[in-house]
Design a protein around this ligand. Sequence first.
Ligand code: SF4
Length: 240
Amino acid sequence: MENRKEKIDFQSSNFDFRRLKLTPPNSEKRVLLHSCCAPCSCDVMATMVESGIDLTIFFHNPNIHPREEYEIRKEENIRFAQKSAIPIIDADYDRENWFARVKGLELEPERGKRCTMCFDMRFERTALYAHEHGFKVFTSSLGITRWKNMDQVNECGMRAASRYSGMVYWTYNWRKMGGSQRMYELSKQEEFYQQEYCGCVYSLRDTNAWRFKNGKGKIVRGERFYAENPVNVDFSAEKI
Ligand code: SF4
C-alpha cells in the first residue's frame, strides 16, 4: 500500500488536495469500484488509496459507442490504474445485451429510464463479480459528475447489491469535500481525454443535436484533452 501511495501522490500547487480518510461500510477493507472512465474515477481512486482501502477497479461499460471511443476510455483507465498500482478488471464489452435491453428506450432523455437500465446493467455485472470474488462492498464513480442524478445512480447500485446477501453498495457522495474539483484538477494534471458525450449512441445523437442547435460543429472523437481546455465550473456547492 505504501508503494501505491507514492505513485499516486497528486499534490498540486494551485489546489488544496486534502481528502478525508474514509471508512467503507461495515469497516470493510476491500472495495470493488465500478469505473466509467479515468477522469470520473481518478479522485475516487486516490481518496480510497490514501484511506488505506484495498481497491480493485472494475471496468464494465458496454454502453460506450462506438468501439473506438470505448477503447480510448478503457485504455486510459487501464493506464492510470497501472500507474497507480491498482488492479483493474477489464470486463466484457457486452454491447449485444446492452442494445437488447435498451429496446424501447431509445428516445428517453438523459437521466431517464434508459439511464436507469444502463446503470442497472453495469452494476448487476459489478455485483456479480464482487459476489464471486469475495467483495462485500462495491461502489461507482458514476455519481461524481454533476451530469448524473446521484439518487438514480445510488438506487441502481443498491438494487444490484440486494441480489446478494451481505453485499453493500457504498452510496458515498464523491462530489463533496472538493471531490468534483479534484477530479478536474487531476484530469488536467494527467492530461486525460475529455469525452464530449455520456457514452451511448443516443447520447452522441442528442449531444450532436444540441451542438447543431447552438451553432457548434459535430463532435470529433479522440481529440480533446483536459490539459488544453479551461474548466469553467462553480465548485462552491461541493466544497462541503
Ligand atoms: S446517456 Fe449515458 S447513462 Fe444514459 S443510457 Fe446513455 S450511456 Fe447510459
